[in-house]
Design a protein. Sequence first.
Length: 456
Amino acid sequence: MANRLPRLQPTHWRHHIITSTHTPWTVRVVPATALGISPSKVRVTVPPVGGGFGLKFDCSVEPYAAILAQKLGQAVSLALGREEEMLTCLCRENAEIRLRSAVTANGEIVARDGRVLMDCGAYGGEQVFLTTMTAHTLGGNYRLGAARLTTQAVCTNTPPNGAFRACKGVYNTFALERHTDEICRAISMDPVEFRKRHVVGDGALSATGQVFEGDVLRPMLMRMAAKNAALPLNAAKLVLINGRVEIEDRPGTGAAIQIVIAEHEARYGPVSGTGAFTAPGTPAMPCCAAGHFIDAIDIPVFAVHSCDVAVDRAAGHVHVLDYRVVQDVGRAINPRAIASQVQGGVVQGLGYALHEEVTIGPDGRIEQDGFETYKIPLAGDTLPITLEMYEGAPSIGPLGTKGAGEVPILNVGATIACAVANATGKQVNELPLTPPRVLDLMDAASAPLRLAHLEG
């Protein structure tokens, strides 16, 4: 990943900023505002290098270079050291979440109320826009009756936050799946069985009123259950279901009919038939998505994760022993690239779930100033991922493809937290699960997490 090295060259009529960013228009406007000039007098050039995982989705250090260049009347380059980078980079967003659900004895979720207080830091920036994503996560995995999901962007006396891979999804998924496990415990239902019964399927409505197409999550859950139980999936009879040729009584085990036809034509000759096709749409109900910038997710992508963990009760360490993923990929044109994205996403998720934490000292400064105090996953923390790509789910992407970059990190924190809760018998309500936090969790005298300001 390239470091941010903004360079600004002032001329008689405009300022030229060269920086690695995903949002050149934002970088154009913010320094112009700081300099008190028209944005038309600022030119931004983005070199063809560098990744960001969300860090470069907003303007950060570019205004400093602009002000220095204006005062000096010559080109200025900013090259940050590790401590400076830690102090100025945009940290992943964080939030406090409270979920309440009304559930029948057989697990039907008849009502859900959720409130999210999202930390913006000292400035709102993109966080206000990204409040949209909360309802898609908290209201997009399970069938709901009545739902009220409210997100408030709160400015705090802390450094600004920014986007990171699967922005807003990681901590909301953690809260959702831990809440789901607690529901299962309260009604004495197996968590996997609960999910099989109540995940969204074809024709289901999300909390924003989006209509889902295809039965995707349930077959993926069945595949994961088979992996966990090491059960073979033996073919008995082929049937045509929702445009897929499937093994009877084993949903999700087959392939899209287009793939079967192509294979048949390659081996035996042409296949003819008649039919009709209507392009799918994903409109949301306006009354369901008040104040939303993004009413619907055009190409929903699903994933099912499972893992085995060992918890060192004496030291508080969580060891992830095995990790399994069933990933909805639409159509896998480049399986190797997808596998690479999943492997990388899971390892990043391990950092989020177990290690990475930013704290603010009494002087208002970030206390982690380098990799000695900010722990990230090392080579020894990685582990092989057992991946199965689920193909054939509906998609309006090119050739039936779906994005594979953001989703792999989405479930990791939730999966590890649920596994630790199962292993310890304790409620896990906070991430990351650092050794001190796990030891506190194991302490019988530890008080449960209370967010009194979110109650009522």
